[in-house]
Design a protein around this ligand. Structure first.
Ligand code: TYD
Ligand code: MG
Length: 468
């Protein structure tokens, strides 16, 4: 009997396979994501049932000889920091980010940096023509770097090129969605194409010991497009994020088999491409208008590095039945919680006011320790009293209004002192490992203490904070 080649219908969002087309994926619930793809799966019953005998593998313990993963120092210290000390040869990294955020620029600079340190780097671009990339390299002053470049999207050609000659230290694919394997019928960017291309490239990189860097497109809600399998296949997933309206960019690891995932790398996009920012606090506090009410400086920690940022609040009388609450860079449900705690536990009502909260510079903050700084900014704007401009805040606020201790207090205080801050409002509990930091520390155990100090309780008129 002739074999019937049956096509599969694959969801381009989650990778779920079904036998017939439908408008909505039953796996992830997305609409219009199902595409017909040629099925390359072996017919059922071909694998285990065949009766091929396996070989017995000797099992070993977890203890034993192992080598520390070697690292390819890239020359970009912020990238080294995020990857945990440099890229591991033979590993695969996926870097996602919105269009125009600077992924291609970063990878071009990275390739050039590696080439200039005597390594070998090849860059395959499927998105831009050679002339475009050359123009950019020229503008960035990298045209002399010995980077092998080709504008190519055919997977077989790329693999043949790589196999011809010594294995490079770094392979850049910009982007994985543009590649196509002609062995497969489906269009570039479909799940099976992306999966096949990633698989072949990773296999090559592992065998040859080259570091593989893949650029991945993101969907409209900021996730790397394509099935999650790609994220599972690679060793490291990085996101390059930032705001088009601001110049700085943040590189964040969300998965890393060879290092921590909480470190961030900070870059600034300028005339000459991406520049590394080694002291991000200075950048984020750069153009501070310290006399305005509603601004409080939060002493945060990103990974192992302290990061001071300004939180800005605006509390304005509302003409709407349901006042507006708008947040940029922070969690809006966290703001609602904070407003409820201020109302219920401290007697400060924001019920008739529009409330806006913004993290200066376009940074996104998720740490709960930012609660106290956000509360200080809100109270300051409500009572129209500027906070002392040499004061920092950190501490998590619980639903009871209690200010809870946070980790790394000494590191936060030291960074604040380094940048010239003289006072700190911090949680009452928790040890500070280092004494005599040269900072006047006020420890509070309840949010009410801050509200009372700002004169915000029960609509009492504001008074100056300086003399308190
Ligand atoms: P690009 O690396 O092409 O982004 P992606 O690959 O993530 O889509 O970055 C393009 C943007 O960066 C573009 O909007 C212009 C800006 N840019 C600069 O501001 N300065 C520069 O030196 C370069 C090369 C780009
Ligand atoms: Mg690009």
């Amino acid at each position: 009997m002739a074999k019937v080649q049956r096509n599969a219908f694959v969801c381009q969002n989650c990778g779920a396979v079904s036998t017939k087309w439908s408008g909505k994926c039953t796996g992830c619930g997305e609409w219009n994501t199902i595409v017909e793809e040629a099925s390359n799966a072996p017919p059922p019953g071909s694998g285990l049932n065949k009766g091929s005998k396996g070989r017995v593998i000797p099992l070993e313990g977890l203890k034993g000889e192992h080598d520390e993963a070697p690292r390819l120092a890239t020359g970009l210290s912020e990238l080294d920091r995020v990857t945990g000390g440099g890229i591991v040869p033979g590993s695969a990294l996926l870097i996602g980010g919105e269009p125009g955020i600077g992924k291609s620029t970063l990878l071009l600079q990275l390739s050039a940096a590696i080439a200039m340190r005597g390594g070998s780097a090849v860059y395959f671009s499927g998105e831009e023509a050679a002339a475009q990339v050359r123009l950019r390299a020229e503008r960035l002053g990298l045209a002399d770097a010995k980077v092998g470049f080709a504008a190519e999207t055919n997977l077989a050609d790329i693999l043949a090129t790589l196999a011809d000659g010594p294995a490079p230290d770094l392979i850049v694919i910009d982007s994985i969605q543009t590649l196509w394997a002609d062995a497969l019928d489906s269009a570039p960017g479909t799940v099976s194409q992306v999966r096949a291309a990633t698989q072949s490239l990773i296999r090559y990189a592992k065998l040859a010991g080259s570091a593989l860097l893949l650029v991945g497109h993101v969907t409209k809600d900021g996730q790397i497009a394509g099935p999650k399998v790609i994220e599972h296949m690679v060793d490291t997933v990085l996101y390059f994020e930032g705001d088009q309206g601001h110049t700085f960019r943040i590189l964040r690891a969300v998965k890393n088999r060879f290092g921590p995932t909480d470190e961030i790398g900070v870059f600034e996009m300028g005339q000459n491409g991406l520049a590394e920012v080694t002291n991000p606090s200075e950048l984020f506090l750069g153009d501070r208008d310290s006399k305005a009410p509603g601004a409080a400086v939060f002493a945060g920690i990103e990974g192992t590095r302290p990061l001071l940022v300004e939180m800005q609040a605006l509390v304005a009388p509302s003409s709407l039945g349901t006042p507006r609450r708008a947040v940029v860079g922070w969690d809006s449900s966290r703001l609602s919680m904070l407003l409820a705690v201020l109302d219920a536990r401290c007697g400060v009502s924001f019920g008739q006011a529009d409330v806006y909260l913004n993290i200066a510079g376009g940074l996104r903050i998720t740490a709960p320790a930012a609660d106290l700084a956000a509360a200080a900014a809100l109270l300051s704007s409500l009572s129209n009293v500027a906070l002392p401009n040499d004061e920092i805040y950190f501490g998590e606020i619980s639903l009871s209004g209690a200010v809870r201790p946070t980790a790394h207090m000494a590191t936060r205080l030291k960074e604040a002192q380094k940048l010239g801050f003289k006072r700190a409002v911090i949680p009452a509990a928790g040890e500070i490992e280092t004494k005599s930091l040269g900072i006047e520390i006020r420890r509070i155990s309840h949010l009410r203490e801050l509200a009372e100090r700002m004169g915000a309780c029960q609509g009492r008129p504001g008074r100056a904070v300086k003399d308190s």
